[in-house]
Ligand binder design. Structure first.
Ligand SMILES: [Zn+2]
Length: 192
């Protein structure tokens, strides 16, 4: 759902992938991602305004885990799959509270925010064995945040060459199903 967390004009990794041929599975990658990106173009998940009741990140926890792609719910924060992933398994950790800035986190929120980030990394290591991660928070529209009004930390698993685990699950299925599978795998592996 955070479509635009990158500098204006910069290509996303997905767009980079679209420009490349991958040995063995060139077409699968494009088919994998494109329908997924279409799912929300027409509808409800897009950021509409700064009003809290229109904030997609505030709406997510009101859905079921499966519908909201929620991997884990804490007391003060939750972890959710990104609808516009830079990489498969791209998670976000967010406070339930509609706050924009990292400095707005209370001590308790910050503690659980950090713990969830660590658990997200641990879970992704169990499920998908990434070689590394990018962790990041884009602050404000100028900082590249797609939905600047609601703080969110990206947890992006990285692989050498960014080969990934989703094609292992099944190249031929449409991506919403892959996201559902990924959510279930990660939720099952989440500690506790
Ligand atoms: Zn919000």
């Amino acid at each position: 759902m955070s479509e635009g967390d990158r500098p204006a004009g910069a290509r996303s990794p997905v767009e980079e992938w679209d420009r490349q041929d991958y040995a063995g599975v060139p077409d699968a990658f494009q088919r994998l991602w494109t329908p997924h990106r279409m799912v929300y173009i027409g509808g409800g998940g897009k950021p509409a305004s700064d009003a809290e009741h229109h904030c997609p990140f505030c709406d997510v926890p009101k859905r079921s885990d499966a519908d909201g792609l929620i991997v884990a719910r804490g007391e003060l924060v939750f972890a959710v799959l990104n609808l516009y992933p830079y990489n498969p398994g791209h998670l976000m950790v967010l406070p339930y509270r509609h706050i924009a800035d990292y400095t707005d986190l209370t001590g308790a929120e910050a503690a659980e925010f950090v713990r969830f980030t660590q658990q997200a990394m641990a879970t992704l290591r169990v499920v998908a064995d990434p070689g590394g991660f990018n962790l990041g928070i884009n602050q404000g529209a100028v900082g590249g945040a797609g939905i600047a009004a609601h703080l969110h930390q990206h947890v992006v698993p990285r692989w050498g060459g960014d080969m990934n685990f989703m094609p292992v699950i099944g190249q031929t299925r449409v991506l919403p199903q892959l996201l559902a599978d990924a959510r279930r795998m990660l939720a099952d592996a989440w500690p506790g």
